[in-house]
Design a protein around this ligand. Sequence first.
Ligand SMILES: [Zn+2]
Length: 399
Amino acid sequence: MIEAAAPRLQQHPDAIEIDGTGKWVFPGLVDMHVHLREPGGEDSETVETGLKAAIAGGITTVGVMPNTVPPMDTPESVAYLNKSAARCGLADVVPVPCVTIGRSGREPVNFFELHEAGASAFSDDGDPVYNSGLLLEALDTVYEFDGVIIEHPEVKELAGGYVNSGSVSGKLGVKGIPDVAETADVARCMEIASNSRGHLHLTHLSLPRSIELAREECFNSANVTVDVTPHHIALNENALLEHGTLAKMNPPLRSFEQMSRLGEMVKEGMVDAIASDHAPHSAHRKNGSISEAAFGITGLETLLPVTLEVLTGLQMPVISILNLLTCGPARVLGIPAPGLTPGMKADCVLFDPEIEYRLSEKGSFSRSANTPFHDRILKGRVEAVWKGRLIYRDGEFVT
Ligand SMILES: [Zn+2]
């Protein structure tokens, strides 16, 4: 428990004293968009390796996406995730089961049954909810228990490429993904959300135009929240020329101008959360050509340093940045806001904001290494994490 927060605390006979001079203490981060791959993709990640990577990144609550094999669409599959996570005793998980059975887009899941099992957020992530009638019905249904539908905004028929449509797709000689593949779905979703009281969350928005649409005055009545990823504000399509398939993800990295404007919009308070979209892939799925390799990058251990680098660079106050990684996503998911108030369960992080290192040298707890940030100098590292007790310190898990 957090007993007190003060410049000087009373000595306790059993206390371990940790010198935090020059360091930060903040509540455990909430990453609302993570792929743990278990069951079905254990060669890329498991619940245990994913949650270890989360803790090493200062993330103590993880929103887990349902595109496993089989997809998470029943109370049993939600219970499986909860049980696996509880066995690890690391980060908390917030299961995000499917909107449609098998993520097939055809039939809705039983929302109430899944809510009974502990789920309040639902997503067909990897795919949008194609069927607009079903999306409206889903929003109306989850409104009954204050739930949320998380939409992966993409019109597949307009996408069909491998990287952002532009100069880099031309240089690489591969088919591009145009902006409209994302923005057309955002526009559709905004119209639908305006016709429901239900909460819609648009995840991994990669374009300034998408955020503009979501914040259009004419949609003021809609209950809509949005997140962006660190990589869409830190990298642009040129990263593909340097990092190849390690910079291939969906939505794709955009132009330099779009990346810069997106970061400004985050600073201006136009987004509710920053989420990693941690998408681990074993090496063989990332080998091969740009068109063959899987979409996605890992992100749990780089979420905080990359976000801090970009947004402090834009002069955004640290406290506002941390809000996008704690209270912001907690509000979207409908879970209690993290905090450091005396009486709360200890769920907090000790962070050294000055230390510089390369991820490739530090090593990673994720089972996969598909990140374009592997050789970047990262600034700031998690030194210790408490989750009810001290569970992580100086790069090692405390047993
Ligand atoms: Zn997605």
